[in-house]
Ligand binder design. Structure first.
Ligand SMILES: Cc1cc2nc3c(=O)[nH]c(=O)nc-3n(C[C@H](O)[C@H](O)[C@H](O)COP(=O)(O)OP(=O)(O)OC[C@H]3O[C@@H](n4cnc5c(N)ncnc54)[C@H](O)[C@@H]3O)c2cc1C
Length: 465
């Protein structure tokens, strides 16, 4: 049994059971191990106290009130699909597993909203909306495994952000529990309100450090039309990125605008020998429309732009099925990365689109400097790329050099006016980049806001700030 010595007294799971008899608590070694960390390489503490599984906001409130009183750290957790260590266990922490709170409470056609608990899986919410002819736009590639609460807390992105924005744009209001156990709604569910500061926006993306999300009201949209797309292949990376910039800043905003360089295509060819992946191209650009009206004009305009930017060929994915084939190849990029050299690590930088070409031009030099291979692919329409740093695992020190190359890429993105994380979050992994991410005054203000929300620092300590 783990004992946590706090400022007030020694706390054990038994003491918690006595104080919170209705709450499901589990401190078996197997459960603690399963909740130790997310999918990042951050290890997470070996010594958390217990996993708690509340089934209501009231239970979360009672737990936080208890934890606050005893100064016990609390780490909110969804399904642990995060890739930055944001949900990794801390020493002596209560790991607050929110997956039992998984009910979709309401889908309203009239108000075009859905109300759901945080443990709902994102794709389940999207399906419930679709059943009413409505559309939940956020689509992280983890939509079938990640929770709504986790995606709200990390402000998750995905492929559709160029048109619909990140998760924040789809969150109308939140019910949260504050560190002292207070249950609070952040704003009315109306489309518009100017009656206060944007607490919803502040909590979205706060990675479990400001409050625990216990209910989410999301904005729904009218269902879009069937998606269709145009794929352009380019002899050079510069021409491909120039094309994405032109499409992104044009009048016909695509629903997806994705990019891969020649090395990404090589990785996919190695990994999927039977798939039809073009050889000889150094850039692959996919522009998709989901417009009801004007889809044909969109596709024609994307084709013209791709060709004018230098595409050696363009191909239409004229039906949703054909497009799905193309997208399914794009989605295999991350699993195929190791096929380049045997080992790989992946980044998540964002730069202003105007600097994408310049950023990409630095990759050959950096690859040489670190003795690795850097491939670029991702959501170029948002300036958000997921660099793949491939290395030879039989070369001692190559993994460490690949990690150093990734850190250099994060710094380079920041120097170019960008960010070290476009969508995956800060967690533990990106903490070393905070000082160079924003002005000291901005960081200081954020730390003071954290203190206001959580004066005893119990919520996800040591993360994000
Ligand atoms: C295959 C794969 C593909 C991915 N694709 C994408 C992608 O396209 N875009 C993208 O942005 N990310 C992506 N991710 C990363 C990950 O899925 C997202 O970060 C997701 O939002 C995490 O959700 P989760 O439920 O797993 O949360 P967890 O990993 O469990 O937690 C993430 C953070 O949220 C906090 N948290 C969780 N629930 C709550 C709550 N109810 N209240 C307060 N805080 C809470 C945790 O403390 C932690 O800080 C991908 C991951 C994988 C494995």
């Amino acid at each position: 049994m783990t004992t946590v010595r706090t400022e007030t007294a020694a706390v054990t799971t038994e003491a918690m059971r006595a104080a919170l008899p209705d709450l499901e608590l589990d401190d078996s070694p197997a459960t603690l191990e399963a909740h130790r960390t997310d999918r990042s390489s951050m290890p997470g503490s070996d010594h958390p106290l217990v996993v708690a599984r509340p089934d209501s906001a009231e239970q979360v409130s009672a737990l936080l009130s208890y934890a606050n009183g005893h100064r016990i750290p609390v780490v909110p957790q969804g399904t642990l699909t995060g890739v930055a260590g944001a949900a990794s266990a801390s020493d002596g922490a209560i790991l607050l597993d929110l997956t039992r709170m998984n009910r979709i409470l309401r889908v309203s056609r009239e108000d075009m909203i859905a109300v759901a608990q945080p443990g709902v899986i994102v794709s389940d919410l999207a399906e419930a909306a679709a059943a009413e002819g409505l559309f939940y736009a956020p689509d992280p590639a983890s939509a079938q495994i990640a929770t709504l609460g986790g995606t709200v807390a990390t402000n998750a992105g995905g492929m559709r952000c160029i048109k619909y924005g990140v998760t924040r744009e789809s969150v109308r209001s939140l019910e949260v529990v504050l560190a002292d156990g207070t249950i609070m709604s952040t704003r009315p569910r109306t489309v518009k309100t100017v009656g206060g500061l944007d607490l919803t926006g502040l909590i979205v993306g706060s990675e479990g450090t400001l409050a625990v999300v216990t209910e989410v009201t999301v904005r729904l949209l009218a269902a879009p039309g069937p998606e269709r797309g145009v794929l352009g292949l380019f002899p050079t990376l510069t021409e491909g990125l120039t094309a994405t910039n032109r499409i992104a800043s044009g009048a016909r905003t695509p629903s997806r605008l994705e990019f891969m360089d020649g090395l990404c295509l090589q990785a996919l060819r190695n990994h999927l020998p039977d798939a039809d992946i073009p050889a000889g191209a150094n850039a692959w650009v996919l522009a998709v429309t989901d417009a009801h009206d004007g889809a044909e004009e969109d596709l024609a305009s994307y084709e013209t732009t791709l060709l004018r930017a230098g595409a050696s060929s363009v191909h239409r994915a004229a039906t949703a099925e054909e497009l799905e084939e193309v997208l399914s190849v794009r989605r295999r990029l991350q699993p195929s990365a190791k096929s380049l050299r045997g080992g790989s690590v992946e980044g998540d930088i964002g730069v202003p689109r105007s600097t994408l070409v310049d950023f990409a031009a630095r990759m050959p030099g950096l690859s040489e400097r670190f003795g690795v291979t850097i491939a670029l692919g991702g959501h170029a329409g948002d300036g958000n790329l997921h660099p793949i740093v491939a290395f030879d695992p039989s070369d001692p020190g190559a993994h460490a050099r690949a990690e150093e190359a990734l850190r250099t890429l994060s710094r380079l993105a920041q120097e170019m006016g960008g960010t070290m994380s476009g969508e995956h979050g800060v967690g533990l992994e990106k903490l070393p980049f905070l000082d160079t991410e924003m002005a000291p005054e901005a960081l200081n203000l954020q730390r003071r806001i954290k203190q206001l929300f959580d004066p005893n620092g119990i919520l996800n300590p040591g993360k994000k700030f």
